[in-house]
Ligand binder design. Sequence first.
Ligand code: ADP
Ligand code: MG
Length: 236
Amino acid sequence: MIGSLIRDARAAQRGVLGEIESKRLVAAAGIAVVPTRLARSADEASSIAHELGFPAVLKLASPDVVHKSDIGGVRLGLADGQAVARAFEELRQAAERAASPTHFEGVAVQPMAPAGLELLLGAYRDAQFGPVISFGLGGVLVEVYEDVALRVAPLHPVDAAEMVGEIRAARLLAGFRGRPAVNRAAIEQALLGLSALMLAAPDVAELDLNPVIAYPDRILAVDARVVLTPASEPRP
Ligand code: ADP
Ligand code: MG
């Protein structure tokens, strides 16, 4: 599964997997992702949204776009088929207007996940240390406070538990101002899953799940991005 995803991307000479392929790879590593499918027309987007359920989310599906929201490429909370069809056209236009116009392949259709605590789970391959796993809060806070826990893979369960406990924002995980506590065991499992994936798939240079939404009973990745190692580079 992981092997064939990577082979297809290499064959297409793409160094980055799009959101849909990235989510497939992450799901194969045992991490829950929101179901996401590609639509190439407004009609198709609306029929997929009917299957997956409303409210729906549409996003520009282009491996060239690193931060989809920066170019107006994410439409949240679409209530019905009409809203989905309209958003499809808007995203097509956004792709054309983008500073470096991106090839429009279609849109990624997915259900809107309920609100929860947004986290960042990631991994990268360091030249010295090999695979490194990262954990922090999602969104801009992680950049502002550089509040990230890092561990070199392979991770053991105790490492994953430490990572989740050591960020300065850890209090938020235990529930804060009326917010419920989130499922720490599910987060720790996902970090172990990322560790296993990085060891099993040397072609993966970098992987970002931002955000993963955490709830009292589970977690759900709603965005994913995988960067492959350059085909010719020696892999640490
Ligand atoms: P970007 O490429 O800008 O990182 P994201 O896919 O992360 O795009 O979407 C931006 C934001 O929209 C996320 O941080 C999250 O808050 C929200 N979001 C994205 N997808 C979903 C979804 N399926 N359900 C709920 N919220 C979502
Ligand atoms: Mg994101």
